[in-house]
Design a protein around this ligand. Structure first.
Ligand code: ZN
Length: 126
């Protein structure tokens, strides 16, 4: 194991506070949020269980970067929105597309800096 890797090898968390692994050396039951999502899972109630640390050589921002890991055994299926939640979401979206001036559904989300539809904004500018 290289010195860099040994620096980040701390499965007991003695040095880093939580179990810490070098890149690609975490046990298979520990997954990042993205990896959980790819399996249709979410962390559930659990907090961060472990971390991967690696030295970033990205130019301009060298330093140690971290990815947080969750235990797949405590993960829960991703919530699928209920019809009521979908309806509420649709309503919120519709509200953001409805111009308060002409009261038309603009067909797009109103630009926040205008707060009205582009047609009305153009009319006011003219
Ligand atoms: Zn309008």
């Amino acid at each position: 194991m290289s010195r860099i890797r040994a620096r980040f090898w701390d499965p007991s968390g003695d040095r880093h506070g939580i179990p810490t692994y070098p890149w690609q050396m975490a046990p298979p039951h520990l997954l990042t949020l993205r990896q959980l999502a790819a399996r249709g899972l979410r962390p559930g109630g659990q907090g961060v269980q472990a971390q991967i640390l690696w030295a970033s050589r990205r130019h301009g921002a060298p330093g140690v970067r971290a990815a947080y890991l969750y235990d797949v055994r405590f993960a829960l299926p991703k919530r699928t929105p209920t019809p009521a939640q979908l309806a509420a979401l649709a309503k919120a979206t519709a509200a953001r597309r409805t111009c308060p001036k002409c009261e038309q559904d603009a067909g797009y989300v109103l630009p926040r800096h205008l707060g009205i539809c582009l047609d009305c904004a153009q009319e006011m500018a003219a």
